[in-house]
Design a protein. Structure first.
Length: 164
């Protein structure tokens, strides 16, 4: 019970107070650091949601409005990354259950986004994925497999389109 209360308090301070539109953007990265989100002077717009502090965000990276980071497993975002609005980064999935409940036991797998990546608006990055440095993930894509460096991926599911 105490663990749950602590998590709700942490979530309120990080996501409601820190993510509020009137919270000064120039100090938001410091606020996140106080509450355990490992970052180096990142630029985070309002209304981003962090499930846990199990996140590492590199220098000069940018998260636009309403990004959602489910980070029960480590989520690593490299330096100089641009994450567009409404991007979902989800480290959790499920084992396949029986016919009474298909979503079985929760599995958390790490996600890595390499340096210099650009993740387009409303993209979804799923559990266990590594996106190589310099990649572009086109808007609306769903990434279910690793992406090789310096490439463009697009679609549902995201597939390789070309080298950059």
């Amino acid at each position: 019970m105490l663990k749950r209360i602590k998590h709700h308090a942490w979530s309120f301070l990080v996501n409601v107070i820190g993510g509020c539109t009137i919270f000064p953007k120039r100090v938001r990265w410091r606020w996140y650091r106080i509450f355990g989100i490992n970052n180096d002077r990142i630029n985070v717009n309002s209304h981003c949601y962090f499930r846990t502090p199990n996140v590492v965000i590199g220098k000069n990276s940018f998260l636009n409005n309403r990004c959602f980071i489910e980070s029960n497993a480590r989520v690593t975002i490299g330096t100089d990354c641009c994450i567009a609005m409404d991007v979902i980064i989800g480290s959790d999935t499920h084992e396949l259950g029986d016919s009474k409940r298909r979503a079985g036991k929760v599995i958390s797998l790490p996600i890595t986004i390499g340096d210099g990546c650009w993740i387009g608006a409303r993209s979804t990055i799923l559990a266990g994925v590594t996106i190589g440095e310099g990649c572009i993930i086109a808007a609306g894509s769903v990434v279910i497999k690793d992406c090789k460096p310096n490439s463009l991926y697009a679609g549902v599911p995201a597939i390789w389109k070309k080298d950059l």
